[in-house]
Design a binder for this molecule. Structure first.
Ligand code: GAR
Length: 198
């Protein structure tokens, strides 16, 4: 049986697109994306899911009665879908220990740096690349890791390095890290986990 994958998103969804494409080209063959959940009703990722014929659910955090209510609604959607593996792909909400314990070893995340650099609370999206450039590191990259109660603190599954180049801006670097690292290691890690852990 194929591992049922739910992808949680908040924005543009280029990592979701990489997963959809990897499924089409059989890089992902031990699992299938059965649901896309967004906390943001305007996320372009929802269009990508619809174009690929994947069910979508919006759980708008702003309309929820706090973190517990938000997570309860997420859990309801995941249970109805019979999700095995949760993939955070540009999902910009922190999940509580209550949630991460319930899905121990069943949630993975892609982060746009080489953890343990430039990670944890406040390091998300473009901020990560701003921090890498202002520190002056010469190498950055991306990490896929399991999610536990510590933000970006779970066991590392895969990493890929990306060189910084003269003239990089946070936007240019973000694009290079996505193209050279995130869009490759996220599908590879998903296939590995589907194959080995389910
Ligand atoms: C990606 O770079 C992802 O690694 C990052 O946000 C971007 C989402 O882009 N995630 C985090 O920073 C999480 N801490 P996408 O919506 O196009 O996939």
């Amino acid at each position: 049986m194929l591992t049922r994958i739910a992808v949680l998103v908040s924005g543009g969804g280029t990592n979701l697109q990489a997963l959809i494409d990897a499924q089409k080209s059989s890089i992902i063959k031990s699992g299938e994306i059965t649901l896309v959940v967004s906390n943001n009703p305007d996320a372009y990722a929802l269009e990508r899911a619809k174009n690929a014929g994947i069910d979508t659910v919006v759980v708008n955090k702003k309309e929820c009665n706090g973190q517990a209510d938000f997570e309860e609604k997420l859990i309801t959607a995941l249970e109805e879908n019979k999700t095995d593996l949760i993939v955070l792909a540009g999902f910009m909400c922190i999940l509580s220990e209550n949630f991460t314990k319930k899905y121990a070893d069943r949630i993975i995340n892609v982060h746009p740096s080489l953890i343990p650099s430039f990670c944890g609370k406040g390091f998300y999206g473009l901020h990560v690349h701003e921090a890498a450039l202002s520190y002056g590191v010469k190498v950055t990259g991306a990490t896929v890791h399991f999610v536990n109660e510590i933000p970006d603190g779970g066991k590392i599954i895969m990493q890929k390095a990306v060189y910084i180049q003269d003239g990089d801006t946070p936007e240019i670097l973000q694009k290079r890290v996505m193209e050279e690292a995130e869009w490759k290691i996220l599908p590879e890690a998903v296939e590995k986990i589907c194959k080995e852990n389910f």
